[in-house]
Design a protein around this ligand. Structure first.
Ligand code: ADP
Length: 265
């Protein structure tokens, strides 16, 4: 009798969990559609405004809102809209992974190659900080891993864009090599940025958690979900991810994934 009750309660919880996931997915998709057109119109309008109207509007023109204010306002709409859109995409990603609905297209992956691909994706952001050097170093015996290269790249993009966001100058260094046991591959993304206080090193992997004092650096851009998603991806493959930082020494993120096969060169 007792086991039957427990089984029923368990089933009920599973159904509720399923309901929650499909609710999040439905709402996020529904939010995305109107947001796409809001963002599209904001972009087109500010472009047109800059091109055709700005030269005509004098700063002392008898307008309720001056030309430069209109442009400023449009830029706020664009950047906040962009943030909302990243938030929705991150929520969808996290929900898909947690509910087991994420399709994983696994094949042997060279981690250093994915790190370099992620650097290319972030090329524009890197070129805005020319005092920041980025390098990817691969140990000659770094093994391959069996994984979905798009998800691995997503992990690198998250870690690298954080390193970029919280460093003004110095270096960002990615190293890929065999781990001590020989059973895994260790990846470290190290930066020389503002670092992370010791008490926050574990909490930054929680959903929506952001280090309060770090946020003046780049208030509008983050969602607080990137590290939660990255850790979920690594853990899906039986790996681990953690952060280290000592004051004034930058931050370093490490993840270990099980090896696929010996790298024979
Ligand atoms: P987001 O970057 O979108 O805020 P994340 O989950 O990627 O969300 O990161 C959570 C928080 O961890 C960041 O807001 C920041 O406070 C801190 N953090 C992450 N990476 C770094 C880093 N390389 N240097 C300093 N702080 C970091």
């Amino acid at each position: 009798e007792r086991t039957r009750e427990l089984r029923e309660a368990n089933l009920k919880l599973l159904q509720l969990d399923e309901l929650k996931s499909s609710f999040i997915s439905l709402v996020s998709h529904e939010l995305r559609t109107p947001l796409t057109s809001v963002l599209g119109y904001a972009k087109v309008t500010s472009k047109a405004f800059r091109k055709h109207f700005k030269p005509l509007v004098q700063d002392d023109a008898p307008l309720t809102v001056r030309g430069d204010q209109i442009l400023d306002n449009l830029q706020v709409i664009e950047s906040e809209g962009g943030r909302l859109s990243r938030l929705i995409n991150d929520l969808l990603d996290l929900n898909r992974i947690e509910s087991g609905r994420q399709p994983w297209h696994d094949r042997p992956v060279n981690l250093a190659e994915e790190a370099r691909a992620a650097v290319r994706v972030l090329q524009r952001e890197f070129s805005e900080k020319p005092q920041l050097r980025v390098e990817v170093a691969m140990h000659p015996e770094a093994p391959l891993v069996m994984a979905d290269c798009d998800r691995i790249r997503q992990v690198f993009i998250n870690l690298l864009s954080n390193a970029l966001k919280f460093s003004a100058e110095g270096f960002i260094r990615v190293t890929v090599g065999p781990d001590a046991s020989g059973q895994g591959v260790t990846v470290t993304v190290q930066d020389s940025g503002i670092g992370i206080p010791g008490e926050d090193l574990e909490r930054i992997f929680d959903r929506f958690y952001q280090v309060a004092k770090n946020q003046d650096t780049d208030k509008a851009s983050g969602t607080g979900l990137g590290l939660a998603i990255s850790r979920q991806i690594v853990e899906h493959y039986g790996g681990r991810m953690w952060a280290e930082s000592s004051p004034g020494q930058g931050a370093s993120f490490t993840f270990v994934l099980p090896r696929y096969a010996r790298f024979e060169g």
